[in-house]
Design a protein around this ligand. Sequence first.
Ligand code: HEC
Ligand code: HEC
Length: 301
Amino acid sequence: MLGEFNNYFWPVLVASITIIGIIGCYVLLKLTGKKGPENDDNSTSGHVWDGDLEEENNPLPRWWVGLFVITIIWGLIYLALYPGLILTDGYLKWSQLGQYQDEVKDADKKFAAMYKDFGQMDLEQFINNRKAKKIGKKIFLNNCAQCHGSDARGTTSFPNLTDHDWLYGGKMIDIKSSITNGRNGVMPALASIGTKKDLWDIAHYVKSLSDSKHHPMKALRGKEKFGICASCHGADGKGNQSIGAPNLTDHIWLHGESFEGIVHRITYGINNEMPAWNDRLTPEQIHLVSLYTRMLSKDNH
Ligand code: HEC
Ligand code: HEC
């Protein structure tokens, strides 16, 4: 009930004010378009200022009335064509969204020819084509930088795309697949595999894999419990790109390297998501931004 009230209150209020405004204009015109009340010789309104300054009793000039009438008629035509009253769509069915979509369609058509050439490029051609690089960079800055950073170096939980440490692989085909279909890195919550102390021991073992600071005895105990982790991260801890399980031996940490953090991740698991772009970018745009991403990591050889 209240929802319905809210749905209608503002549109009805706006429409009423608009219509009353137009009617008001018409009434004002009627009242002032005629001569004022009759008086003796009917040439002045009877108002006198400073002794001799009199107000003549003339109707509004015709051209002025004409402008007013045009304004009112224009207002009515506008309201009939466009959704000015909010309550109706208007005869032209115009909407901001519709106009935007038409413009996007036009732009897509305009750029289609240009993108067609770029859609076939290989990395070498891309690197030597300034225009293609510029567009690839623009697509990246507009769509990817908010998560991966404008330099693509990422931040906690958002991977660095320039460092050769790939969760899902760094070949063109892998990168393109990451972008086209998105990725979802899932590590289950594994609190049940041991006591809190066991989880700390495992964290020490994880740290030992990259030769980071750790307690050797605790790490040794943790190693015994690593079996379940090995099913995804590999017996050697080097990860598995088919499911995006990170390499734990390279001292590159996606989610942070503190003991507390690692224990937290084992306890509660991780669900990390990269959105899919197949419905937001064209295949050619995905190709270009993949080349751009690939180039960034190539530069870092
Ligand atoms: C909303 C945040 C977000 C946006 C926007 C985003 N990404 Fe990602 N991206 C991620 C996350 C998070 C991951 C890691 C997913 C995982 O851990 O499973 C990721 C992973 C990737 C990977 C795989 C990295 C690897 O190591 O294998 C690539 C490649 C990538 N993104 C490229 C892009 C490109 C190109 C764009 C723009 C078209 C983009 N991303 C936009 C969040 C984002
Ligand atoms: C079912 C597969 C699976 C199992 C089992 C698993 N993990 Fe993971 N783990 C993953 C995935 C996938 C990620 C990456 C999540 C993401 O995309 O952000 C991950 C991430 C991590 C990270 C974060 C790495 C970083 O760079 O910050 C650590 C640490 C980790 N796992 C340790 C463990 C330990 C220890 C165990 C065993 C107790 C374990 N994992 C069991 C799949 C698994």
